[in-house]
Design a protein around this ligand. Structure first.
Ligand code: ZN
Length: 527
């Protein structure tokens, strides 16, 4: 007896092979049968005539570390068809949280109000498992957590003993269930690390067949060097590399897409295992404080806010801005204040959704002063969206076989505390946007190629056997969608909107989205 049978779906199986019509039978959480006409009895039947069926989407770059604890239903992700999220990205992971650095790290991960009851990866994963989660989770351990625990937030280099201690912390997290190491070499204090330090830690992760996922050192003027560094780390540590949210940020760099891709292709031809993910938008998002020179960012977010209270520091920064404009543009990826939109600032909710050029005159300030005030008022936590990319480059990268789809967003909900900001719409729209806009409307990719980039390629990179494909024996993580109507609805000004055209999502054989509604099932596992 099957648990579920899905009748008459058009199956896009995740491998890239042409879609075919079939029935799918599910038993004990796995796909029991894929055949043209399944006659076995089932406890329930889903009539899928006119629907496409694909493996559940794998989001290789998520930041749901804290939001899954706030709302385990993972609303904004599961409704896109995402059934697995890789968390702990960009160097910031939910564990380990050690000693004096715990609070600062947890704030960076995004939920300072949560009651933090854990320090280790084991304890954090236990907290995820009870009460459970709607999606599967693949945890990474963050380089920044490990570095901050051993060296703090200042610009320091590790002694041999300190390097060994960091390696021990990575080892411990891997033993406790992490599936790789992430780094955020763009952000201090991760930024202070030299390549060699990261190679040492990546070797430990490689020993456990882990992945090295990196927010590289620059996505703007020094992008090519930063990509080369990620490749070098992969080569020396003999580890699978995932370059996060690949983009050419900043107008000065928009011409460089061919050079970027040739570095990656050369690496592959030398046998380095390197891949990338991308979100389908021309804007990025991060802390507003990331536009400051590195000396001003030193010491953690509170230290930054404290520093900016000082009139002398502000004067110094203003001078730096006047004299070194290119460097400010390098960090921001934008040249106009209209291109920076405040997305989250709990202390000043009235400015959320407005750009700096709008906020400043409203407050009778010049833009730089308005930015300083936002950073101070938010204790360094203000987030912003930066319109920094070229649409043509988004398409070119999307077509490349090394590039998969990832959101760089987190699981949010249009109700409760997770609805109280104007986040980048990628948290709600990434996967359906690719299917609607880039597959159906613009024909940048075929449907089969797009689904492959959302499923089997990421499964392989992260070592997820039996996921990311529709085949007998694989876990029944599945999504059913209308190819003719699937679309994102979230926008920069109105982001908390679910996509349309995705009526069913199944996780480990359990129906979590049924006729577009969340069943409340928490069927995800820590993988
Ligand atoms: Zn990042």
């Amino acid at each position: 007896m099957l648990d579920v049978v899905i009748k008459d779906a058009v199956v896009v199986d995740g491998t890239g092979k042409p879609a075919f019509k079939a029935d799918i039978g599910i038993a004990a959480g796995r796909i029991a049968v894929v055949a043209r006409d399944v006659q076995q009895e089932a406890k329930r039947t889903i009539q899928a005539e006119g629907l496409y069926l694909a493996p559940g989407f794998i989001d290789p770059h998520s930041h749901s570390d804290s939001t899954l604890l706030v709302n385990p239903q993972a609303e904004s992700k599961i409704r896109q068809g995402v059934t697995t999220e890789v968390i702990g990205n960009c160097g910031f992971s939910p564990a380990p949280l050690l000693d004096a650095t715990a609070e600062e790290m947890w704030t960076a991960v995004g939920a300072p109000d949560l009651d933090v009851t854990w320090t280790s990866m084991t304890e954090y994963l236990e907290r995820l498992r009870h009460p459970g989660i709607a999606v599967n989770v693949v945890p990474l351990v963050g380089h920044t957590n490990v570095r901050a625990a051993v060296l703090g937030f200042d610009e320091l280099q590790p002694s041999t003993e300190q390097q060994a201690e960091m390696e021990r912390l990575v080892q411990e997290a891997m033993e406790q269930g992490a599936r790789g190491l992430s780094s955020g070499l763009y952000y201090p204090p991760g930024h202070y690390a030299q390549t060699e330090e990261v190679v040492g830690l990546a070797r430990v992760a490689a020993h456990w067949d882990g992945v090295y996922a990196s927010h590289i050192r620059s996505e703007s003027d020094r992008l090519l060097e930063a990509v080369a560094e990620a490749v070098e780390i992969g080569e020396q540590a003999e580890i699978q590399v995932e370059i996060a949210h690949l983009k050419l940020s900043g107008y000065r760099n928009w011409e460089g897409v061919d050079r970027l891709l040739s570095i990656l292709e050369d690496a592959c031809s030398r046998g380095v295992r390197v891949g990338c993910d991308q979100y389908p938008y021309t804007a990025s998002a991060t802390w507003l404080s990331a536009i400051l020179p590195y000396w001003a960012q030193e010491g953690g977010t509170k230290a930054v806010a404290e520093r900016l209270r000082d009139a002398e520091v502000r004067a110094h920064l203003r001078k730096d801005w006047e004299e070194n404009r290119a460097e400010w543009e390098e960090r921001a990826g934008t040249r106009d204040w209209t291109d920076i939109l405040v997305s989250d600032c709990g202390a000043r909710p009235e400015v959320m959704g407005q750009n700096i050029a709008e906020i400043a005159p409203d407050e009778g300030k010049d833009p730089l002063e308005a930015v300083f005030d936002l950073i101070v008022d938010s204790q360094g936590q203000a987030l912003a969206v930066f319109f920094d990319q070229l649409e043509d480059n988004v398409r070119t990268l999307m077509r490349h076989p090394l590039v998969v789809i990832g959101s760089d967003g987190n699981a949010l909900a249009p109700y409760g505390v997770l609805s109280q900001s104007k986040p980048h719409p990628r948290s709600y729209g990434t996967f359906p946007r690719v299917l609607g806009r880039y597959v159906r409307e613009e024909k940048v990719l075929s449907l089969e190629e797009a689904v492959k980039k959302m499923t089997s390629v990421s499964a392989e990179r992260f070592g997820l056997t039996d996921r990311g494909v529709v085949r007998e024996g694989a876990w029944a993580d599945l999504v059913l969608f209308h190819a003719q109507t699937v679309a994102d609805r979230a926008t920069f000004t109105d982001p908390h909107q679910y996509p349309v055209g995705i009526p069913y999502v199944i996780v480990n054989g359990v129906v979590v989205i049924e006729q577009g509604q969340h069943t409340g099932a928490l069927a995800g596992q820590v993988l």
